[in-house]
Design a protein around this ligand. Sequence first.
Ligand SMILES: Cc1cc2nc3c(=O)[nH]c(=O)nc-3n(C[C@H](O)[C@H](O)[C@H](O)COP(=O)(O)OP(=O)(O)OC[C@H]3O[C@@H](n4cnc5c(N)ncnc54)[C@H](O)[C@@H]3O)c2cc1C
Length: 283
Amino acid sequence: MLLTAAAARGVSVMQAEAVAPLLNGDAVRGVRVRTNGGTVEDIASEVLVDASGQATFLSNAGVIGEKVRGNYDRQVAVFSQVAGAIRDPGAAAGNTLIFYRQKNHWAWFIPLDDQVTSVGVVVPADYYRSKNESKHKFLLRELHQLNPELTRRLPQIEFVEEVRGISNYSYRISNFTGKGFLCVRDSHRFIDPVFSFGVFFAMKEAEYAASAIASFFAESKGEQPNPFADYQRLCDRGQDNVQELIDAFWQHPYAFKLLAHHRYPEDIIHMFAGRVYEETPLP
Ligand SMILES: Cc1cc2nc3c(=O)[nH]c(=O)nc-3n(C[C@H](O)[C@H](O)[C@H](O)COP(=O)(O)OP(=O)(O)OC[C@H]3O[C@@H](n4cnc5c(N)ncnc54)[C@H](O)[C@@H]3O)c2cc1C
């Protein structure tokens, strides 16, 4: 949808795989791509945006730092989609629900449309290995056993998509901006998805990146050591604040509940609404 909108506004779109950055010293000056037809081409750029997600293109190429594992790296997510799950009535039918078993062991339930619900279970990797089950069997059993309220909502489980798994997905990469490049969201950082901030961060950082690039051209910042340092600070602040929120949830669930439901509900709502880029973390 975004790609179509960008093309409609005059952006040239090329379907290709980025295979290597083109460098001039420590500056990125373009990208080598392999087109769908198999041809390899070099494209010069004044600013390269790495939005390659967990493929972490510039990190793998050694242009930025290596992946440093985050607080929640030794976890596994197993997920699929089901039809016919029981939802809440009325306007609440589309709500995202999180089901808790114990620390670092939880499930998501995200309605995608009238019929289909995304379901997934996140567990410590050691626990997953100890079960020695296929992904399909593991997810089926967990969805039945993890939390009675989740069991009630899934009386019959019919997966409408292949059951998939992903592990070790929490990481952070430093120095994700520099001369001629900047990274957006998963290409530089991924934190525990428990509060579903991922797509929000991707969109928000893309918006901030667009402003940073516009001012790079408007203010001729080409000679600065890092023309995108302010953008990097802003991204770090937002993600650090959410990291703190998630840490508080896992490390101090009782205190978190008091803060969220009794002491500072308005402030916590602000954060869940995405107001996480302020100087001072809320509350
Ligand atoms: C288990 C799990 C559950 C999640 N749940 C939620 C949730 O409920 N809500 C939420 O908001 N977020 C959730 N997220 C996070 C969310 O999916 C990501 O944070 C978000 O998609 C990041 O967007 P992105 O644009 O950075 O990367 P992506 O969406 O991963 O996009 C990267 C794109 O780059 C392409 N690419 C990669 N390498 C190359 C290359 N060399 N050349 C060309 N193209 C390339 C890929 O094919 C892909 O299309 C979840 C993540 C996980 C792992």
